[in-house]
Write a protein that binds this ligand. Structure first.
Ligand SMILES: O=C(O)[C@H](O)[C@@H](O)[C@H](O)[C@H](O)COP(=O)(O)O
Length: 249
């Protein structure tokens, strides 16, 4: 299976979160060395929160000029500002609020449910914000896009068989009827996700093993449709890799 080279298996969730944090910092530092600034698309989820805390606690975090990093979100739960279940709140608490130098103008949360009435409205506004950052080109360059994966193979808020997954004519979509609460969400679409230079799918725990295996075999699940411009990497722990029989672990 030709894509196995893109899979890196770590001993456990602790090592995984540490390794991804170090990689993330290095990736942003590299981007800044090339173009003076960097951008990252954040995800929600439990393992992502651990990665963010580790970035904050990392001894090498100072190799990045955090004032020159744009922070975007790949998806958001359509809830009021400050709700603890918002991906924005999670990332702010885990690292953004405490990272020295972060420029509030470069933090781009998706519009919350107390600001706009519907996920569709939030999607339109976020698309406009992306387009403005891209100087009218639609989506700015994403140096790194992080994704968690659900047990059902969803990434961002693109769920199997949900209409949001099929949207290709816009970078952002409103999502209704998501099987993972809350049902209303906002998400980058697959073309926007795949416009990133690098996409890293992070998975921890046995619950993810089946979805990881299926996604690596082909595009049946949303996670299997992720194909970034530069590289797509699967950063997973041993439990999440449990069904990858073809890999020598
Ligand atoms: O808003 C969300 O819920 C997410 O962005 C979602 O795509 C998440 O990343 C995965 O469901 C993995 O989440 P866990 O790591 O918590 O399983």
């Amino acid at each position: 299976m030709s894509r196995s080279g893109a899979v890196i298996v770590h001993d456990d969730a602790t090592v995984l979160a540490d390794a991804v944090a170090a990689r993330l910092i290095n990736r942003l530092a590299d981007a800044q060395a090339h173009r003076g600034e960097a951008s990252i698309v954040l995800t929600g989820g439990r393992i992502a929160a651990r990665v963010y805390s580790n970035v904050l606690g990392s001894k090498i975090r100072g190799i990045v000029d955090w004032s020159k990093v744009d922070f975007w979100w790949g998806d958001e739960r359509f809830l009021p500002s400050g709700d603890p279940d918002r991906n924005e709140t999670q990332a702010r608490e885990a690292f953004l609020d405490a990272l020295p130098g972060v420029d509030p103008e470069r933090v781009h949360p998706m519009p919350a449910a107390d600001v706009v009435d519907t996920p569709a409205e939030a999607a339109v506004l976020y698309a406009a914000e992306l387009d403005a950052a891209a100087k009218g080109e639609g989506v700015p360059p994403f140096d790194l896009l992080l994704l968690g994966i659900g047990e059902d193979g969803h990434v961002a808020s693109l769920f199997p068989d949900n209409p949001g997954l099929a949207v290709t004519d816009a970078p952002v979509t409103g999502v209704h009827g998501a099987p993972k609460p809350p049902p209303e969400r906002v998400s980058l679409t697959m073309p926007a996700i795949n416009s990133a230079m690098a996409a890293w799918i992070i998975a921890s725990g046995e619950g993810k093993a089946e979805a990881v295996d299926e996604a690596l075999m082909g595009p049946t699940l949303p996670a299997g449709q992720v194909q970034a411009q530069g590289h797509t990497r699967w950063l997973i722990d041993r439990e999440a890799a449990a069904h990858l029989k073809h890999l020598e672990l």
